[in-house]
Design a protein around this ligand. Structure first.
Ligand SMILES: C[S@@+](CC[C@H](N)C(=O)[O-])C[C@H]1O[C@@H](n2cnc3c(N)ncnc32)[C@H](O)[C@@H]1O
Length: 225
């Protein structure tokens, strides 16, 4: 990659998602990234050969512009689109500049979906978390992969918002045609200052990976032998 995401140094469980992806879907599968931001995960997925649908509501993250960084510095940040063009990956990515909660589903379901610390954003609090998760689930084809890393509650105010959640609470939405593959959680840890958070702060993160049960095999016109 010729450029770095503004989020490059924050903790992530993305390697666990990528390992499950390699095991379960084809090398040219379609992966949707909800809350794509400036492409920290979109670029490596596209570079690995996946087709990517990048859904992001923030124009600055997509088109770039002036940002405030820790240490009271202003800088010009490159957006997702220019980063993709620079690395000649733009052809492999369909950028959807929309609020995920308002966006129309793609014509065909995806092989996998991933989101990283997106649903706790206050812009999503007007809808139940279950709706966000359900929308993600519906985008996954039978046999496909669901992956989400998310903020768990740390501060008192987080406990009042259901969008700071836990693997246990999410599990209720994955009964029926889902197999839960892996759940992880960190302890509380100090995250260094980054864009949007000018000071070091405490986080706790969770990971939820699940596979949608494959569709039963249809035997069109065949008789049992
Ligand atoms: C915390 S950032 C991504 C950081 C991520 N941990 C990383 O390393 O790239 C989450 C992104 O999700 C986006 N987002 C949150 N809710 C969204 C929604 N409803 N529709 C589209 N994008 C959304 C935000 O605009 C933000 O760019």
């Amino acid at each position: 990659m010729q450029t770095q995401s503004l989020w490059e140094h924050t903790l992530t469980f993305f390697p666990q998602f990528l390992a499950a992806l390699r095991e379960r879907v084809a090398p040219d599968a379609t992966v949707a990234v909800v809350g794509a931001s400036d492409g920290r995960f979109v670029l490596p997925l596209a570079a690995a050969g996946y087709r990517v649908i990048a859904i992001e509501r923030d124009a600055l993250a997509l088109h770039g512009g002036e940002v405030s960084l820790p240490g009271d510095t202003r800088a010009h940040a490159m957006g997702l689109i220019d980063r993709l063009k620079l690395d000649e990956l733009y052809n492999q990515v369909h950028v959807v500049e929309e609020d995920f909660l308002q966006s129309a589903p793609p014509a065909a379901p995806c092989d996998a979906i991933w989101t990283s610390c997106s649903w706790h954003y206050s812009a999503n609090h007007h809808r139940p978390l279950a709706e966000f998760v359900d929308r993600m689930q519906r985008l996954v084809r039978p046999g496909g992969l669901f992956g989400a890393e998310f903020m768990m509650p740390v501060e008192k105010r987080h406990h009042l918002v259901e969008h700071y959640t836990s693997p246990e609470r999410l599990r209720h939405q994955f009964i029926g045609d889902w197999d839960v593959l892996l759940t992880l959680r960190t302890n509380e840890f100090i995250e260094r200052a980054h864009i949007g958070r000018p000071h070091d702060h405490t986080h706790r993160m969770g990971l939820f990976l699940a596979a949608r049960t494959p569709a039963p095999h249809h035997r069109y016109g065949k008789k049992d032998s």
